[in-house]
Structures are given as C-alpha cells and as structure tokens.
Design a protein around this ligand. Structure first.
Ligand SMILES: [Zn+2]
Length: 103
C-alpha cells in the first residue's frame, strides 16, 4: 500500500516534469514568435544596412525605396525587370561606367 503510494507519487512527479517541459517549450516558441514580430515591426521601412528610415522615390518612372543616409536602393520584385526592359543597354552601362570613372 505504502509502496504503491510512492510509485504513484513518482509517476505524478514525472508527469508534472513532462508537462512543465512541454509548457516551457510552448512558452519559448511563443516568445520567439513575439520577438520575431517585434523585429519585423521595428525594421519595417528601415534600411537593413544603417537603420535609417527609407524613403519612397522613383527612377525613370519606376518606384523604388532609397536610404537618405547611406544611399542604398531597394527595388520591388518586378521593378528591376521593368527598368532593365526599359532601356536595357543604356542604364546598366551608365551605372557601371559611372562606377568605373569614380574608381
Ligand atoms: Zn542606409
């Protein structure tokens, strides 16, 4: 009778440990998710290089985002394609040759 109680108690302790572990993992996952959400919220519309708020701009009629601090430029998924198709030889060439002349 006493022996059985001891085993019951042990079993209960193991069970509690198990549920504690499950709970802890769920809480960790929740925290991770919240943290991820906060990071996304904080980085929204921010330059990934310097953290400055990026500003909407246009280049040859194509909308783009530019960082006023470091000059980084972000294009939407189709914008580079649109730009390249507009005058594929000139603007890319100009860009690269401008870089060469500076160097
Ligand atoms: Zn920047």
């Amino acid at each position: 009778m006493v022996m059985k109680d001891v085993w019951d108690e042990r079993e209960k302790a193991f069970e509690n440990q198990y549920f504690r572990d499950v709970e802890r993992k769920q809480i960790e996952a929740m925290k991770e998710k919240m943290h991820e959400g906060q990071i996304r919220e904080l980085c929204k519309n921010r330059c990934p290089k310097c953290g400055e708020e990026i500003q909407a701009s246009t280049f040859r009629g194509v909308p783009l985002d530019q960082c006023p601090s470091c000059g980084g430029i972000w294009l939407g998924p189709n914008d580079l394609k649109i730009l390249a198709e507009k005058d594929h030889r000139t603007w890319f060439d100009n860009w690269f040759h401008a870089g060469e002349n500076q160097g």
